[in-house]
Design a protein around this ligand. Structure first.
Ligand code: SF4
Length: 470
C-alpha cells in the first residue's frame, strides 16, 4: 500500500484504451504505456484501477506561484504580464539534468509539497488576485492533462488566458484537445538529436517536432494561438554551435523566421551536477549564429542583465522591448518599431496594463525582513502561510529605494532584481513572516529552504547570518 497520502485518491483519466486481461494502454504521450491492474505508468501518476485508467495527480499541485510571462520563455506576448504558474507531480520524460526533479519524479514527491486544488479554486484565486493568465508549467503539464483542460476551459469562460510550457512529448489527439483551450504554447526542445533524447531524456525527438508542427499548422489555418520555442543548452551535452544551429535550421525549414527562439542557460541539477553552468559566452555565440542563419528573434535565457534578452527591430536594430530579469518595458508604437515602423510580431491582447503591479502606499509600522540577492542568484520565491497583503521594495546595497513599493496578496510569488542597482528586497508583511527560497533561474522551482544547487566557478557569495534564506 502506497503510504504517501497524495497517491491514495484519483479521478478517471481520458486518453486510454482497454487491452487484454484488465490491462490498459495509455495514449496521452508517445510512450504508450501498457499498465497492469494496480500499477502506474512510466510517469508514476496514471494508474490502472480495476481495469480503467485513473489520474492520480488530478488537482494535486506544487504551490501555485505568481510570476511574469517572461519566466516561461514567452517574449512576444504581453511583455511583463503577471501569470499564475501551476506545476504538478510526475513527468513523461526522465532527463538526468532535470531542473525540477523534486516534483517531476513522482516517487520523490512528499505529502508536504502537495497542494490540493480544484478548477474552481484556481480560477477564483486568479480572479481575486487580478491575474489574467494561467501558466501550466514546471515538471510538465502533459501528465495532468485532464485537470489542465478542465481548469483552462473554466478559466477561458471567465476571460482568463492559458499558457502551456512543456517538453511536448504528447500525442496528436491530446494536442488537439489543448488547441481548444490554450492561447500560448512555449515548447522546450532539448536537442535536435534523437539519440540525445533516447539516452538523456528517455523520450524520442520525432513526436516533439511533429507536435510543434501541429501547433504551427493550426496557427497557419487561423487558430488564435501563439508559439515560441526554447532550447536548453546543457554543459557538455549540447552546448556547441553544431547542435544549437540545428534548432534554428529546423525552425527555418518547418516554421518561419518570426517564431522566437530562446537559448536557455542550464544549471547543474539532479543526477548531472559534476559540470559547470552553461557558459554565457556560448549562449551569445549561439544567438548570433541563429540570427545570421535567418531567424529574426533569438534570445538568451536565464542570464540576468544581458542585452540579448531585449527585442530589437530586425530592420534597423532599434531597441523595441527592454528586459532585465523578469521586468519588461515596451517602446513599440502601435505594434511597430518606433524608428522605421517595421511591424514587430509581439501580441498585446490587453489594452490596459495589469493592475497587479501598480505602485502602493506603504502602511506604517509593518514588520519587515530583508532578502539579499547573492551574486548570480537574482530571483527568489516568497511564500506565505495565508494570502495576506505583503508589500515589497527593492533597494541598493546601501538601502536606498529602487523603484516604487508594490503589493502582492498571493500565497507564493516570484521576485527578481529589476535593475543592476537592486541588490536586495525588503518585505513588509501583514501576516506571519514569509519564507524566501532562492531561485537559480526561471526553470527552477525550489521546494525546500535549504535546497542548494551547484554554481561552481560562479563564485556565489556565502550566505551570511543576516542574509539567511528564511
Ligand atoms: S502519460 Fe504516463 S502513463 Fe501515459 S503513456 Fe505517458 S508515461 Fe505512460
Amino acid at each position: 500500500m502506497e503510504n504517501r497520502i497524495w497517491m491514495q485518491s484519483w479521478q478517471p483519466a481520458n486518453h486510454w484504451i482497454s487491452i487484454n486481461n484488465d490491462n490498459v494502454l495509455c495514449n496521452l504521450c508517445p510512450r504508450f504505456c501498457k499498465i497492469k491492474p494496480e500499477k502506474v505508468g512510466f510517469c508514476g501518476v496514471r494508474k490502472n484501477v480495476n481495469g480503467a485508467l485513473a489520474s492520480v495527480n488530478y488537482g494535486k499541485s506544487v504551490p501555485i506561484t505568481c510570476e511574469s510571462i517572461e519566466t516561461e520563455a514567452v517574449f512576444h506576448y504581453a511583455p511583463g504580464e503577471p501569470i499564475l504558474s501551476l506545476g504538478n507531480i510526475g513527468c513523461m520524460m526522465k532527463c538526468d539534468f532535470c531542473q525540477n526533479w523534486a516534483t517531476s519524479q513522482s516517487r520523490l514527491v512528499q505529502d508536504h509539497n502537495v497542494s490540493y486544488i480544484s478548477p474552481e479554486s484556481v480560477v477564483q484565486y486568479a480572479l481575486d488576485n487580478n491575474i489574467r493568465m494561467l501558466s501550466w508549467t514546471y515538471n510538465d503539464p502533459v501528465v495532468w492533462q485532464e485537470f489542465v483542460v478542465d481548469t483552462a476551459r473554466l478559466a477561458k469562460q471567465h476571460g482568463i488566458q492559458n499558457l502551456y510550457k512543456s517538453a511536448f512529448y504528447i500525442t496528436p489527439q491530446a494536442i488537439d484537445e489543448l488547441l481548444e483551450v490554450m492561447d500560448i504554447f512555449s515548447v522546450s526542445i532539448k536537442s535536435l538529436d534523437d539519440d540525445f533524447y533516447r539516452r538523456v531524456t528517455k523520450g524520442r525527438l520525432e513526436p516533439v517536432l511533429e507536435g510543434v508542427k501541429q501547433v504551427y499548422g493550426a496557427i497557419k489555418q487561423g487558430a488564435n494561438v501563439h508559439l515560441e520555442l526554447s532550447n536548453l543548452c546543457v554543459t557538455g551535452r549540447n552546448d556547441n554551435l553544431q547542435e544549437s544551429l540545428k534548432t534554428a535550421h529546423w525552425m527555418l525549414e518547418n516554421l518561419d523566421a518570426n517564431v522566437p527562439l530562446h537559448y536557455v542557460r542550464f544549471h547543474p541539477d539532479y543526477l548531472y551536477t559534476q559540470v559547470e553552468r552553461t557558459d554565457p559566452a556560448f549562449l551569445e555565440e549561439a544567438r548570433t549564429a541563429a540570427i545570421n542563419a535567418g531567424l529574426n528573434y533569438v534570445y538568451v535565457g536565464n542570464v540576468h542583465g544581458t542585452p540579448s534578452s531585449n527585442t530589437y527591430c530586425p530592420c534597423c536594430q532599434t531597441l523595441v522591448v527592454e528586459r532585465y530579469g523578469l521586468a519588461a518595458t515596451s517602446f513599440l508604437k502601435q505594434g511597430a518599431c518606433p524608428r522605421c515602423q517595421h511591424p514587430i510580431p509581439i501580441k498585446m491582447p490587453w489594452a490596459e496594463p495589469s493592475l497587479l503591479h501598480s505602485p502602493q502606499e506603504l502602511p506604517d509600522g509593518l514588520p519587515h525582513m530583508l532578502h539579499s540577492f547573492r551574486g548570480v542568484i537574482r530571483s527568489c520565491h516568497v511564500e506565505q502561510l495565508a494570502a495576506n497583503p505583503l508589500y515589497f521594495q527593492f533597494e541598493t546595497q546601501d538601502g536606498a529605494p529602487v523603484g516604487r513599493v508594490q503589493k502582492m496578496i498571493s500565497l507564493r510569488f516570484m521576485l527578481s532584481s529589476p535593475s543592476p542597482q537592486a541588490s536586495q528586497v525588503r518585505l513588509f508583511y501583514t501576516g506571519v513572516k514569509p519564507h524566501v527560497y532562492e531561485v537559480y533561474d526561471r526553470a527552477h522551482f525550489p521546494v525546500w529552504e535549504a535546497e542548494r544547487t551547484a554554481c561552481h566557478s560562479e563564485d556565489v557569495p556565502p550566505v551570511l547570518d543576516d542574509q539567511k534564506v528564511k
